[in-house]
Design a protein around this ligand. Structure first.
Ligand code: CO
Length: 406
């Protein structure tokens, strides 16, 4: 391994820590250096396959990193990326992203600056965020959304139970068949939800909705058109990555703003959507974009095409991941919106400096680096759940028994 930097601090060890303070497995990469007390943390969450990321980090990247200067972030990124020869994909990119973000954390600590300052400094005072409201009927969703507004949120993602089936983002009723999904029932339910929400909540609140790729292309187009009168802030993941060519049709048929990306990990997947302006918001996971280094490139690319950033940030992204998105959001001109999570007390104990929402915004830390750490003792109190319990929700079938995407 060549060293571009002949002297100074070296990487001493790299570990991937799994912890589940809210029940979902989170993966945090910790990079330790030869400088006493100097370490960095980065998010490498992949909720359905966390142990594969742990192996990628500890079995394959750690040996290449020990002994290197932590300041050669770009050279490390490039050399680790090609080290597997079979490059990219969600597992390897997420592992790489966790290491990369931890190196930015270290650089910020050494520079005595928050990571957003290293990225060019503030473009805004704070980060507007959206939260999630759900219910088993339109009335319940309206009440939940109103409660979010009263807590300061200006943007609310709304999901409603589709009677009799396993619904994404909303409670499934007791009558729901195990893993049963009915796209036609969903397609009928959602426009009525948003008609009710606009009536109940008025014109000002920004409403979002996640299709979670659960519609065939033609139905996605029909839904996007039906939702036009209710003026969504965006419609998320209307199509699956396997159906990307349908975005051309979708785009030409609807004025509903479109967001896509949480399943992307390879630039070739999203480049055509950005280049041809087929989406309005790109919402990849920062780790899968390659950490801070990869994400800032993606954001710059999108800026030239008028696409805004909405990094994925649900509860399956650790507070360390949220800290990294905040640094990017604060320093990115073409920011759109940030998905937020309010973490429980256990998560706040595991992650000192855990970002919190105030007045509908994430507020950037003044502390050097990402402004967050992991308490490994507390983390160990919350071991990861059995791997096959975490992805049970992915086993969906249509009414006739056909396997369908989750
Ligand atoms: Co989503």
């Amino acid at each position: 391994m060549g060293h571009l930097d002949a002297a100074g601090v070296r990487i001493r060890d790299v570990r991937a820590i799994v912890t589940a303070p809210e029940g979902l497995p989170l993966v945090v990469v910790k990079v330790e250096t030869t400088e006493p007390g100097l370490h960095g943390v980065g998010a490498a969450d992949l909720v359905t396959r966390p142990l594969t990321v742990v192996s990628a980090v500890q079995d394959y990247l750690q040996p290449l990193l020990v002994g290197r200067s932590p300041y050669e972030i770009e050279d490390i990124r490039q050399s680790l990326y090609q080290s597997s020869y079979f490059r990219g994909g969600p597992v390897l990119n997420t592992a790489l992203g966790g290491v990369d973000t931890a190196l930015w954390d270290i650089l910020g600590k050494v520079a005595g600056m928050p990571v957003h300052q290293l990225l060019g400094g503030r473009c805004r005072r704070a980060v507007p965020v959206y939260t999630h409201a759900a219910g088993s009927c339109a009335n319940e969703v309206a009440e939940a959304a109103q409660a979010c507004r009263e807590r300061g949120y200006g943007y609310v993602r709304c999901q409603v139970t589709v009677p009799g089936v396993t619904t994404y983002g909303a409670p499934s009723g007791p009558q729901a068949g195990d893993g049963l999904w009915d796209p036609a029932a969903y397609r009928r339910t959602v426009p009525a939800l948003f008609e009710h929400l606009r009536d109940a909540l008025g014109a000002e609140v920004e409403l979002l909705h996640d299709v979670h790729e659960r519609l065939p292309g033609a139905d996605a187009i029909g839904l996007a058109k039906d939702l036009e009168p209710y003026r969504l802030f965006f419609l998320e993941d209307p199509l699956s990555p396997e159906d990307l060519e349908h975005f051309r049709l979708l785009r030409h048929h609807t004025s509903t703003p479109l967001a896509m990306g949480e399943l992307f990990s390879t630039p070739q997947e999203y480049l055509p959507l950005v280049r041809d302006r087929l989406i309005d918001f790109l919402r990849i996971r920062v780790a899968a974009a390659g950490g801070v280094s990869g994400a800032r490139r993606v954001a710059a690319l999108c800026e030239f095409f008028g696409v805004r950033m909405a990094w994925q940030g649900a509860r399956d992204v650790s507070p360390v991941g949220h800290a990294a998105t905040i640094a990017l959001d604060i320093a990115t001109h073409n920011f759109g919106i940030q998905e937020s999570a309010e973490f429980n007390d256990a998560a706040q104990e595991v992650f000192p400096g855990c970002p919190t929402v105030r007045d509908g915004h994430y507020w950037p830390p003044d502390a050097p680096g990402l402004g967050i750490d992991i308490d490994e003792h507390a983390a160990a109190q919350h071991p990861a759940p059995d791997p096959l319990t975490v992805d049970a929700w992915t086993r969906l079938r249509l009414p006739d028994g056909t396997v369908t995407r989750p």
